[in-house]
Design a protein around this ligand. Structure first.
Ligand SMILES: N[C@@H](CCC(=O)N[C@@H](CS)C(=O)NCC(=O)O)C(=O)O
Length: 401
């Protein structure tokens, strides 16, 4: 008789389903499970007082927590290889299961969930989540440089838990440009998700092509109380997907027709951005006389506009390297506007809190909409258009440079 798993399809349920495949045990998802409904009934709350999925119903009582469920399933078959063949194998399998939960899964969640609106979004918290995830992936990468599997020479429960957490991350937020720093982790996940017992449960795993944008347009203020977690949509017939965040991710994955950038349709300008960039980089001395003068000679206020930006939350800039990373990240993200923009950012002050400000030149007389839409940092700055007829602001541009 099959054991019943109360859950929608998601990475946590998949851990038990994959373990069951390896052990030759029958575990079936409950029919017509509706997230937000089925897990709120008194019967469900009796099985898991916190009302979260998955829950495994066994003849001897229910089990919640996905790793505990996967461990139970793995032990149902005493001959299963999922727990290795020695005490040290067992210890290391448990070690990687815990590492996967506390370092990998927590790091992915810390980066992804605020962006999906499930947690408060704060840029410094995001920086910290990414840094800690990179540290964990770096360690994993080093281990996998000389090991095909986490423990021993075959798949164990540690691989099942790790790959489920990683696969969810790869689908949702860990883009190729992020993961290429960890080539052994890449080799590991793609090898394992293509093994039949994984593939049967996960189907095809496609790596996210972009990082999901921050759900709320307005950045959360530090003192704002945490928003209640949005309720999950009742589940219909959904196959092989993570429960909540997948909708956002799938929308991101849908191929979009490549539209021409509206800025390419603007009337031609006498100012050639690349000429300015070349002049800027080639001017090594007499900057003011050569580059600044050259800029004002070529500037076309009908085809371009200049903008000051001031970081809105300077009082949070208490650690210099975090502030520099934040600005570095912003510049990296603004690379998407390279063809239509030029910017200079400054981190000011020798003591915390550091001030962050900048000056940007954009094609067109307004800040391009695609930049506002695609670079979430834009809303973290106060933007003021430079009035070039106002000599004081013109002077300010020069002194900033
Ligand atoms: N640590 C738990 C996490 C379970 C969990 O967060 N489940 C989510 C869906 S993947 C849930 O049930 N959320 C509903 C809620 O928060 O009320 C496990 O591994 O089973």
């Amino acid at each position: 008789m099959a054991l019943v798993l109360h859950s929608s399809e998601n990475k946590n349920a998949y851990k038990a389903l994959i373990a069951a495949e390896y052990c030759g045990v029958k575990v079936e998802l409950v029919k017509d499970f509706q997230m937000g409904v089925s897990n709120k009934t008194p019967e469900f709350i009796k099985m898991n007082p916190i009302g979260k999925i998955p829950v495994l119903e066994t003849p001897d009582g229910p089990i919640f927590e996905s790793n505990a469920i996967a461990r139970y399933v793995a032990r149902l078959n005493p001959d299963s290889p999922l727990y290795g063949s020695s005490l040290i194998d067992y210890g290391q399998i448990e070690q990687w299961i815990d590492f996967s939960a506390t370092e990998i899964d927590a790091g992915i969640a810390g980066w992804l969930y605020p962006r999906l609106g499930f947690r408060l979004y704060l840029p410094p918290a995001e920086e910290a989540a990414i840094a800690s995830l990179k540290r964990a992936l770096g360690a994993l990468n080093t281990h996998l440089a000389s090991n095909t599997y986490l423990v021993g020479h075959g798949v164990t429960l540690a691989d099942i838990v790790m790959v489920c957490n990683l696969a969810y991350g790869f689908k949702s937020i860990l883009t190729k440009s992020f993961t290429s720093e960890f080539p052994h982790v890449e080799r590991y996940i793609w090898t394992l998700v293509n093994q039949p017992n994984f593939k049967k449960i996960w189907g095809d795993v496609k790596q996210a092509e972009s990082i999901p944008p921050v759900a709320s347009k307005k950045p959360a203020q530090p003192k704002e109380p945490a928003k209640p977690k949005p309720k999950e949509e009742p589940k219909k017939e959904v196959k092989k997907e993570e429960a909540k965040p997948k909708e956002t991710v799938e929308e991101e994955e849908a191929p979009k027709p490549k539209a021409k950038n509206p800025l390419d349709l603007l009337p031609p300008s006498k100012m050639v951005l690349d000429d300015w960039k070349r002049l800027y980089s080639n001017t090594k001395t007499n900057f003011r006389e050569v580059a600044i003068k050259g800029f004002w000679d070529m500037y076309d206020p009908e085809g371009y506009s200049l903008w000051f930006c001031n970081y809105k939350y300077n009082d949070e800039n208490t650690v210099s390297f975090v502030t520099l990373n934040k600005v570095g990240g912003f510049l990296q993200r603004m690379d998407l506007a390279r063809k239509y923009a030029f910017g200079k950012m400054l981190v000011i002050g020798s003591e915390a809190p550091f001030k962050v400000k900048g000056l940007w030149l954009f094609r067109g007389t307004e800040i391009p909409q695609f930049v506002i839409d695609e670079c979430y940092d834009m809303e973290l700055y106060e933007w003021t258009k430079v009035d070039i007829n106002d000599l004081s602001s013109k002077g300010a541009c020069e002194s900033d440079d």
